[in-house]
Design a protein around this ligand. Structure first.
Ligand code: URA
Length: 434
């Protein structure tokens, strides 16, 4: 078998056999097949897609390129919620303790932010002393105590994804639906859970800019999950405005804690409650999603979800008092208030722009490996559909380094698009696929 023949077959849009895919991926992982041949193959996939069989085999081989983890030691219904990446997305920080308070466990690999999108690891690492589990033993110990098991990606889990992603990054083959689907799902399948719930973000601030693309990605990921014998559900959620009010790291932790104290933005609530509801439904505790609301309200009102978050922070090396004392989070030296230059209804908030405005003041990474300033960030006070007056405060920027502050301010101002006509508040959950 030769790599060139496999590339040619894919280039001519013929279906590859399992043996051919195995030859290609194993050869690439071991170094027998060079980057230039794999790059040509990826480009052929970019143009010609993958069949159902090809995609499943490709993903399973990716998964099996490293360790897989099963948590027999955790005696809970295990949920793995994954977001495809957005702006202001603090759902994991809120959802994990809620699921735990509802008697379930949330075990997952969490990522770091890149570009305009944030990452759960960075948000938790705003907390002084907080360390993510790096081994299964550590994760199981914390998950057994708190119901929350979050682990950072390591080189041992799906190493082939890391290698392929770096190559895709420099060969313009990242935005390929089958390649994104296999990349995400290989990591989901490497960790055993009772249900995978994918939060596929849609809109300006997301990977998938429109509903049609997002549905295609969702369908391909479901196809892989089901093909691998796993339970999987998808929530398509709006990223045509930042989720909630805080965009950054430390400020998102505060918004998450406030949520668990009952002070929540409507859009964050809709996403969190829907995902928690889907988990409860799969567990067999409810038959309709609407039945979940009362149960979730209860664990917020009685403080149990907040208490679990505090315990998780404490078990992970942070100070659990933080949930009642935000001074324990790093604080930026400066604050800039932003006032609207016009009046009207907010038609759109350019989400990628807001994400970038936060990134350039240090809240995000322009490239892998960049340091993050956990105290930097942006809070927006107005959302799509709301009416604002001229000179009304719409946002605050928190920063330590004033190098890019004026650019960031201009970006925030430009991100708010106003209209004279009344605008409906958008739904946060656009669709659910079960
Ligand atoms: N996230 C991933 O993990 N992989 C991709 O290819 C894109 C987004």
């Amino acid at each position: 078998m030769r790599a060139v023949d496999i590339i040619q077959k894919k280039r001519d849009n013929n279906e590859l056999s399992e043996t051919e895919i195995e030859f290609l991926l194993n050869g690439y992982l071991s170094g027998n097949i060079p980057d230039y041949q794999m790059a040509a193959f990826l480009m052929a996939v970019y143009f010609n897609n993958m069949t159902k069989n090809e995609l499943l085999k490709f993903t399973m081989l990716m998964r099996d390129s490293g360790d897989t983890i099963k948590f027999d030691e955790i005696n809970r219904f295990l949920v793995d919620k994954h977001s495809t990446g957005g702006v202001g997305d603090k759902v994991t920080v809120i959802l994990s303790p809620i699921l735990s308070a509802l008697g379930m466990g949330n075990v997952k690999l969490s990522g770091k932010g890149l570009g305009h999108t944030g990452g759960t690891i960075d948000k938790f690492e705003s907390i002084q002393g907080f360390k993510f589990s790096t081994t299964k033993e550590e994760l199981v110990k914390i998950a057994n105590k708190t119901g929350i098991g979050l682990m950072g990606y390591s080189n041992k889990i799906v190493p082939l994804d890391k290698k392929l992603y770096s190559l895709r990054d420099v060969t313009a083959t990242v935005p390929s639906i089958p390649l994104i689907a296999s990349s995400i799902m290989s990591k989901k399948l490497a960790i055993y859970s009772d249900i995978i719930i994918l939060d596929v973000k849609v809109g300006d601030g997301a990977f998938m800019k429109n509903l049609d693309q997002a549905k295609k990605l969702a369908e391909r990921m479901m196809e892989i999950g089901k093909g691998a014998g796993r339970k999987i559900k998808v929530v398509l959620s709006n990223m045509d405005e930042p989720l909630g009010h805080a965009i950054g790291n430390g400020n998102e932790i505060i918004e998450a804690i406030e949520f668990l104290k009952g002070n929540c933005a409507d859009d964050v609530k809709e996403v969190v409650y829907t995902i928690a509801g889907l988990a409860l439904k799969e567990k067999g505790e409810i038959s309709e999603l609407c039945e979940a609301y009362e149960k979730i309200d209860k664990v917020i009102k009685n403080g149990s979800a907040l208490q679990i978050l505090a315990e998780f922070i404490g078990e992970s090396g942070g100070n659990k008092e933080l949930v009642n004392n935000y001074d324990l989070l790093p604080k930026a030296k400066y604050k800039m208030e932003i006032f609207s230059e016009n009046a009207g209804y907010i038609k759109r908030i350019k989400t990628e722009k807001i994400g970038k405005a936060a990134m350039i003041i240090g809240a995000g990474r322009a490239k892998k490996g960049d340091e993050i300033d956990h105290s930097a960030g942006i809070n927006i006070f107005k959302k799509v559909g709301e009416k604002i007056s001229k000179n009304e405060k719409i946002a605050e920027i928190y920063y330590n380094d004033d190098k890019n502050i004026n650019e960031s301010k201009d970006m925030v101002l430009d991100a708010f698009e106003l209209t004279k006509e009344k605008i409906e508040k958008p739904r946060a959950v656009l669709e659910i696929i079960e």
